[in-house]
Write a protein that binds this ligand. Sequence first.
Ligand SMILES: [Zn+2]
Length: 359
Amino acid sequence: MHVGTAHSAPGELVTGWFEVTDLPTGSPERLPVLIADGERDGPTLWITAAIHGDEVTAMAAAQDVMSETIELSIAGTVVCLPNLNPAGLRRTTRTSYYHDDDPNRHFPDPDAESTRPPRVQELIDERVYEAFADSADALVDLHTAQVGSVPFVIRDRVLYGSERDEDEARELAADLERLVDAFDLPVVNEYAAEEYTDQNLQRSTAGAALNNAGIPAFTVELGSHTVVEEDNRELGVRGVMNVLRELGMVDDEPEPLDVESPVDFPVKRAVHPHTDVAGIVRHRVEAGDVVEAGDVVADVLTPHGGRKAAVESEHDGYVLGRHEGVAAYENDPLASLAVRDEGDLVVPRDDESDEDGET
Ligand SMILES: [Zn+2]
């Protein structure tokens, strides 16, 4: 197989470049590609990272899986794109500067409609999608979250309806669960179906791989952005190797990561709580803390230091990370939580029932 100029060869690790668009300044925008092709046949795993350009621990983990860890006695092929957003990397920023919006929300979605021609980020995402959609048997997309946040894996819900029926969705969800569990970080379910599509998460790298292409795919959050965190880099490398083991690409035993969820119930991601008054934020919790409904997550202070509001969590769960910055405007979020989730992981894409109860 080949991706851009990287052509795989059995028993070799090859590198190359994948040109995704032309820049106005005359050079192509190109993504680094590494392909490790084993001497034995097996599945094809894609590792993508750093579509948010400041998520450099993710990039480092992807680079190191390829350069240090993967031996060419693997069964199958690993394709690695350690930086999906060179424009973000140049400035160490989350977004690219093409449109300054989230590059991880423009992957193909058959239900998306637009009367305007696709902009460059959408074209880039589509070209990356086409490269993995045909060849990947599984995909791991590496990210980081807020400053000081705990490492975790995000499992998207599998949608059924237009792309697949419910039985196919349950089969895909079972394959996904196997790989997510193998990675061995605490699992956080993605938002429920309505919020998921509201936020265009079916157009993220892992979301489009899973819910459009039907490839078991998930997102890993490896701590803070902007500088490489050694502990989280190492967890990323070891977790990806556990996925290779689960896929039968490596023969040795899984290696436990020994990172436990602080709670013993299933959780989903929530941007929560929000403050309804403006002010200066003082968090009362930090990443990893368990919270119960009614616990105060943060105080909101006046500029003179008096307390204006105490903002409580409405849910049981734990803190994934504190929202960055201390200046809060009305309805700004204060934290990212993992909250109790009783919802199904396989859900209809359009959960709108008519009067007869049909969907
Ligand atoms: Zn990210």
